[in-house]
Design a protein around this ligand. Structure first.
Ligand SMILES: [Zn+2]
Length: 276
């Protein structure tokens, strides 16, 4: 798990991609303010770089946008992680969020040369960024510390779209849970035994039965059933954030909960032992 700033991670990535030769030059361009009008759109970065000899260079960098289906998978993976969802909704970007993208089989940060198409109208493209495009890439990295959502834009979704999708999923989940609880209240429960007539009778008229029940014990029914949604809480909270070496805590908990359900049902509906 890494706690590097986004700008450092971005720079490390550019080095890893072999962009090092022009990066130092690009950095001094960026620092001298020669990068103008940098704009990050969905899957596209545009900018102009002021070169003293060549004049204004038009830069375009295209990044692979995820398909709707891929975004769907990312959002599924995300919404299984309650902590990430809470952080995102609170406006924080979890530093290892790219691991969730990997779980969905895609990259958040550029995964390789195939992930970025780099163009400068003044330089011959050879797969390597020229000093002008390197300047734009360097400056973009600096911008990520203030606004890591730019990475999402490069993959085709902006902050508002992602948060809206997360909120939608969360309210869908909340709709599901009370529905399940509602199903269970249709069955008689301890709480529903006292009927309305009993409740409206003055206490003085009920003193004889105060410590007892208004119903015969044999009329008491209980309803014990497995949860309507299997492992609802576990699914909602997702995998525990603590690392485990030998066993998968999620699987282990899932098995334990199943076992508790089975044993509870076994106990509840076991034949009553003969008292004589
Ligand atoms: Zn160039």
């Amino acid at each position: 798990m890494t706690h590097m700033a986004w700008s450092e991670r971005w720079l490390a990535l550019l080095n890893q991609l072999g962009y090092e030769p022009h990066l130092r030059r690009g950095r001094s361009y960026a620092r001298r303010g020669q990068v103008k009008a940098l704009e990050v759109q969905m899957g596209r970065i545009t900018a102009q770089v002021d070169d003293r000899d060549l004049g204004l260079c038009e830069i375009e960098i295209l990044t692979n946008r995820l398909t709707d289906a891929q975004w769907q998978q990312v959002m599924d993976a995300l919404s299984r992680q309650a902590i990430y969802v809470a952080q995102l909704l609170a406006g924080d970007m979890p530093t290892n969020i790219d691991e969730l993208f990997q779980q969905a089989g895609v990259n958040l940060l550029p995964g390789g040369h195939y992930d970025m198409e780099i163009r400068c109208n003044q330089c011959q493209s050879s797969g390597q960024p020229c000093k002008h495009t390197a300047a734009v890439l360097y400056l973009l990295g600096q911008m990520l510390d203030d606004d890591p959502w730019l990475l999402f834009r490069l993959r085709g979704r902006d902050r508002q779209q992602v948060l809206q999708a997360l909120r939608q999923r969360r309210s869908d989940n909340e709709d599901m849970l009370p529905a399940a609880a509602g199903q269970q209240t249709q069955h008689p429960t301890i709480g529903s035994l006292g009927n309305a007539a009993d409740q409206s009778m003055p206490l003085s008229a009920q003193l004889e039965n105060f410590w007892g029940s208004s119903k015969k014990l044999s009329n008491l029914h209980h309803h014990i059933a497995p949860p309507a949604i299997k492992l609802a809480l576990l699914r909602r909270l997702g995998h525990p954030p603590f690392p485990t070496d030998s066993l998968d805590a999620y699987e282990q908990l899932a098995r334990t909960y199943q076992r508790v359900t089975e044993d509870a049902l076994g106990l509840a509906y076991a034949p009553i032992p003969d008292e004589e």
